[in-house]
Design a protein around this ligand. Sequence first.
Ligand code: ADP
Length: 448
Amino acid sequence: MFKKILIANRGEIALRVIRTCKEMGIKTVAVYSQADVNAMHVRMADESVCIGPSESAKSYLSIPSIISACEITGSEAVHPGYGFLSENAMFAEILRDHGIKFIGPSVPHINTMGDKINAKNKMEEFNVPCVPGSDGAINSIDDAYTAARKIGFPVLLKAAAGGGGIGMKIVFEENQLETLLLQAKSESKKSFNDDTIYMEKYLERPRHIEIQVFGDGEGNAVYLGERDCSLQRRHQKVLEESPSPGVMAEEIKKIGEISANAISKMKYEGAGTIEYLYENKNFFFIEMNTRLQVEHPVTEAVFGIDLVREQISVAFGTGMSFSQESLEPRGHAIECRINAERLPNFSPSPGNIKEFHSPGGIGIRMDSAIYNGFTVPPHYDSLIGKLIVHADNRPMAIRRLARALDELIIDGVYTTVDLFKEILTEDHFKSGEYNIHWLENFLAKQEK
Ligand code: ADP
């Protein structure tokens, strides 16, 4: 097994990877920016290296600094977590050229899935159902008119290099098309330095259902059920659960098998997530993420496995510890993403944590890197913790989550905790009847 792994990330995910490494007897190296000198991941790792100033571009996104940190510490492998360099093919390639193992899929797989047009084409090869859309990129306004008339309004303009909902524009009528295309292009150029836009049918009432997949790189592949991530704000996930309260187990089995088959044919290595929209009993592929997801703990809870351990084992070449037959889901899990944000605008609320008390007890998992006295820096994502509950069934999971949220104390910064308390009391949430717009509508009603 690897003797030493460097974690190219920060916050709760860095800590989460360190925890598994410790259990596997692997030494860990933390990297940190000057803003994170006192961060928990730095305290918990066996060694740590400062890789630059606060701005991510000069630290957590600096490939040369991270490679140097690997070399100085003699790290054999890098776990990228999520975000930052986790889906950066160039990073994976440079590591490979330095003889350092990137814990994740191969460079061509990251490349293909990183471009959403290529990803759709690839998935179509494996008979994965996709959202009806343009044949590749929209290169001119005439292309846009032709595609939109063929698909039928409303349509959605999306950035091929997209992420985080950036560059996405819903077009309801033909006369909006030109302006919105220009806006989508300029947003995409600004965020991804790439203005390639494509078009999809805009689905009006779907759920977001994603399938966790895992491959050993040699053609063995499994799917580990679904996660329902329909509770979103601005196309960003807020709460996730598994199994989905809105999809039947046999439908999941079907799409799961289609997903695992694609992964097997690709000889995909490691953890991946195939994201679908689900409407009128049909699944439509939207994208694949070639990394561990923020919401992976709900899958871990339901299947009783450690996905990071499996990632590390597969990266080392010892394979997966499970087969499709051995994977048996149990009970229900829900995750809340706790952000340091001030409602109702969700504006970032960095600052000093005066008091932190984590909930506990049976079926509770709190993945967080904050502590009493920690200062949440203003430079990074506002996620400060994830509260995950697991119980025998969904009603019990909801009650357990309500109990855990009551126990949770975070003082000093504003957080999204109260929002979850309110969501849990809503009839539509309790009955599981929600789609990707439900949360936005709920928030809009509250503001009135
Ligand atoms: P990103 O990578 O920017 O997060 P995704 O393709 O993963 O973009 O989509 C994010 C969210 O945007 C989805 O979960 C869904 O809410 C919405 N979305 C994406 N494609 C469509 C579509 N064709 N119709 C309706 N909503 C969509």
